[in-house]
Write a protein that binds this ligand. Structure first.
Ligand SMILES: C[S@@+](CC[C@H](N)C(=O)[O-])C[C@H]1O[C@@H](n2cnc3c(N)ncnc32)[C@H](O)[C@@H]1O
Length: 199
């Protein structure tokens, strides 16, 4: 299964390199880093953007109780959606898999009033047009519960890029706070970014 995941990921990269944004899936260390200190016992709805072959999805499902927490994933690539649907069948996991763009996160809500506790993102913002980055961040803020958390990761070498600096400024502007921690055990090394919706 491990090889199958990597092979499918590389195939996805070759088909659409700018949308996938990385040649290999994230490491289990990055999965641990992006989910650190999340109290899953309190979560009702978790949304993941850009699950790919599901390295974070697996950790999300393993960490949460099937009866209490629903994991909803939004993936742009039809090939990855097909892979995820086979890997995480809905008769075994409390999961909703939707093929869409993360900016349309409102479409995955059960009602206009429903809110999300945590959003985990793997989106390759480096390759996003700015309008889509902005729409995604604002839509994420809107669907989060007060106190809810948004986490994404950025590759360390992309931090100086003007687009990434602009993203960090946008996060600070929209959420009013940005925290971060590094994960060197990933190819390439990454930094996890966290924002909390305080009001
Ligand atoms: C860098 S890969 C990360 C995959 C996996 N989460 C990991 O960490 O190994 C980025 C993923 O985001 C997906 N993606 C790109 N743009 C997207 C968008 N606008 N909405 C949802 N998914 C998107 C890609 O198809 C790909 O699966």
């Amino acid at each position: 299964m491990a090889n199958l995941k990597v092979i499918n990921f590389i195939k996805g990269f070759l088909r659409n390199p700018f949308a996938v944004g990385s040649v290999v899936p994230s490491s289990k260390f990055l999965a641990t880093a992006i989910l650190k200190n999340i109290d899953f016992s309190k979560l009702k709805v978790v949304v993941e953007y850009g699950p790919g072959t599901g390295v974070f999805t697996k950790h999300l499902l393993d960490s949460s109780s099937k009866s209490k927490t629903q994991v909803r994933v939004i993936e742009f690539s039809g090939d990855f959606v097909e892979f995820l649907t086979k890997r995480f069948p809905t008769n075994q996991f409390n999961i909703v898999i939707k093929q869409d763009r993360a900016a349309n996160v409102k479409n995955i809500m059960a009602s206009p009033e429903e809110r999300v506790d945590v959003v985990i993102s793997s989106l390759p913002f480096t390759f996003f047009p700015w309008d889509e980055t902005e729409a995604t961040i604002r839509a994420t803020f809107d669907v989060l519960e007060t106190g809810g958390i948004f986490r994404t990761y950025l590759y360390v070498h992309t931090l100086p890029l003007p687009k990434i600096q602009r993203l960090l400024a946008l996060l600070k502007d929209v959420f009013g706070n940005v925290d971060s921690w590094i994960c060197v055990a990933n190819i390439p090394p990454a930094i996890v970014i966290e924002c909390q919706k305080k009001t």
